[in-house]
Design a protein around this ligand. Structure first.
Ligand SMILES: [Zn+2]
Ligand SMILES: [Zn+2]
Length: 139
């Protein structure tokens, strides 16, 4: 079984995820732009059972909504490392994975509210809103 590692910008916080890695997703909504400080999220859902902190977990800061969903980020450098649900890690940010892990963004969601400067490339399907609703554009 393969294991993948990740870390924040300053490398104080490090983690490992057991593979295989599932499909990743990018959400282009205005909330994700703020939460991930970019064009949107680039996010890999993971089973909490397959995830572990390997260094610096004490330095993780959490921002969680009243519904229990949130993000975890490095208190020193600010990198967003993971998605949280009810205190558990349920996903990691693609940008913090080390090396060149075998993972693809399988779909782009909330493309209907993307930033005007965001020009999405690649061939993954794009959805105006949530998946299952009409595809905005096939490339
Ligand atoms: Zn850091
Ligand atoms: Zn979003």
């Amino acid at each position: 079984m393969s294991e993948f590692t990740g870390e924040c910008f300053c490398a104080e916080i490090q983690y490992a995820v057991r593979g295989p890695l599932g499909p990743a997703r990018s959400c282009h909504c205005s909330r994700c732009r703020k939460a991930f400080s970019g064009a949107g999220s680039a996010y890999l859902p993971v089973d909490p059972e397959t995830f572990s902190w390997t260094q610096g977990a004490d330095g993780l800061r959490r921002f969680e909504s009243q519904h229990g969903a949130g993000i975890g980020f490095c208190g020193r450098c600010g990198s967003t490392l993971c998605g949280l649900y009810q205190g558990q890690v349920v996903g990691v940010t693609l940008g913090t994975l080390n090396g060149d892990p075998p993972v693809e963004i399988a779909d782009h969601i909330f493309v209907g509210s993307k930033a005007a400067w965001d020009h999405i490339g690649g061939t993954a399907p794009q959805f105006d809103a949530a998946p299952g609703e009409p595809v905005k554009r096939e490339t």
